[in-house]
Design a protein around this ligand. Structure first.
Ligand SMILES: *Cc1c(COP(=O)(O)O)cnc(C)c1O
Length: 424
């Protein structure tokens, strides 16, 4: 394949890529021509690690052979299963082990965390979010406002880009927070915006929120497994994410939760409780009176979802084996920069096609969002017909996310060539 000649040949980069072998660890869907497609939808549903099936089968075997005794016996007894995910999860998001737990699904966890960290009062009741946030987040926040008897229109403040711009400026976010001052109860925004691909300066936002006495949380659905996160050091109060996008843990997969260490021993925090969050020393005495476990584990409700967790564990092992997020991020930046060069080499005017994701690598993850002003749907369908799998967001955005675990430089060039052919 031919790359724009300022770029090194993809084959050379793939041959020199220390992470190239991880592609073999995944099932790559086949394109219309019968060869593996160039899959850029890891931001929507990550591909299946080959190890996932064996991981689930191990638990089918335990269930088959042991029945209820699988809680206490077998290779990985279910009673403590969720604990086997803690260390890898802490490494993944830059947390202390006590700050993380894996449980439930993302929107459920958003609600559980908001119940504890969005505690509006008569004067401090506002919650700041991104305009045009992912719909589930909008509904969650609206319904949380109503839960407290508030009118969502009065309680929710939305951040919007300046006229003519597509993404938010950190200084504008900080100024909005400062302007809301003591009326601001909570900031809850995406770590990476699902639509534009913009990555936010979470440390700056946490600082600004804390300066006015607000709690600060992030929905990391598009950030976990994509960015090299440092949630503890950034002083984030709470966060949650799903595992089926960049974490390749299967459709409907389980979710991760972060609660900063400073809340680890705060049994007084209002929360919705369940037995799995109760002090394990007397969990099975089935007595009255909830006493939460220390740390994020104290937000658990239900006994562990073994099958989604088995897949998630296999997936997190791949991240660790690849050298963790710093290593993945290095390759990710190269892949995305290459895709960006290919798109810029089309030389199309901004009224035809425009990348709305920030050009600064520090302000994005792997995803590029391309606003296609005409023939967008046609372009998207053309890409699919040649085995380049992107995703389409109404009204006219194509999102492409080359991921470091299974995408190659060759994949990126396939996308670049297909785009060039479409527009030639
Ligand atoms: C993917 C995504 C969700 C999905 O929520 P589920 O509860 O896992 O269905 C929610 N919010 C954001 C920002 C997402 O990107």
């Amino acid at each position: 394949m031919t790359a724009p000649h300022s770029l090194a040949p993809a084959a050379e980069l793939d041959a020199a890529d220390a992470l190239a072998s991880f592609r073999q660890e995944f099932h790559l869907p086949l394109g219309p021509d019968g060869r593996p497609c160039a899959y850029f939808c890891g931001n929507s549903l990550g591909l299946q690690p080959k190890a996932a099936r064996a991981a689930a089968e191990q638990e089918f075997d335990a269930w088959e052979r042991l029945g209820v005794e699988g809680h206490f016996h077998g290779v990985s007894p279910w009673m403590h299963y969720h604990e086997t995910l803690t260390d890898a999860t802490a490494r993944l998001v830059g947390a202390q082990p006590i700050e993380v737990v894996v449980m439930n699904n993302l929107t459920v966890n958003l609600h559980l965390l908001l119940v504890s960290f969005y505690r509006p009062t008569a004067t401090r009741y506002r919650i700041l979010m991104e305009g045009g946030a992912f719909p589930s987040d909008q509904y969650a926040i609206e319904s949380q406002a109503r839960l407290h008897g508030l009118d969502p229109a009065a309680a929710i403040v939305e951040l919007v880009p300046r006229p003519g711009e597509h993404t938010l400026r950190t200084e504008d976010i900080e100024a909005t927070i400062a302007g809301l001052g003591e009326s601001l109860a909570t900031v809850l925004i995406g770590g990476v915006n699902y639509y534009t691909g913009q990555a936010f300066d979470m440390a700056a936002i946490a600082r600004a929120g804390h300066a006015v006495g607000a709690t600060v949380g992030f929905d990391l659905a598009h950030a976990a497994g994509n960015l090299d996160l440092r949630l503890h050091d950034w002083d984030v109060d709470f966060a949650c994410w799903c595992s089926y996008k960049y974490l390749n843990s299967g459709p409907g997969g389980t979710s991760g939760v972060f609660v900063h260490e400073r809340f680890a021993n705060r049994p007084d925090l209002v929360r919705l409780a369940g037995w799995w969050g109760h002090d394990p020393s007397d969990r099975f005495q089935m007595k009255k009176g909830f006493r939460p476990m220390a740390g994020a584990a104290g937000w658990q409700l239900s006994n562990a979802q073994i099958f989604p967790m088995a897949i998630h564990r296999a997936s997190l092992e791949l991240v660790d084996r690849a050298g963790g997020m710093p290593a993945l991020r290095r390759k990710s930046e190269q892949l995305t920069a290459r895709l960006e060069s290919q798109i810029r080499a089309l030389n199309l005017p901004a009224d035809k096609l425009e990348i709305i994701t920030p050009a600064d690598p520090a302000q994005r993850g792997c995803q590029l969002s391309v606003l296609v002003h005409e023939r967008g749907r046609e372009l998207f369908d053309y890409l699919a017909s040649v085995g380049v799998i992107a995703d389409w967001r109404e009204p006219n955005v194509i999102r492409m996310a080359p991921v470091p675990l299974y995408n190659s430089f060759e994949d990126v060039d396939r996308a670049g060539e297909a785009l060039a052919r479409f527009f030639s």
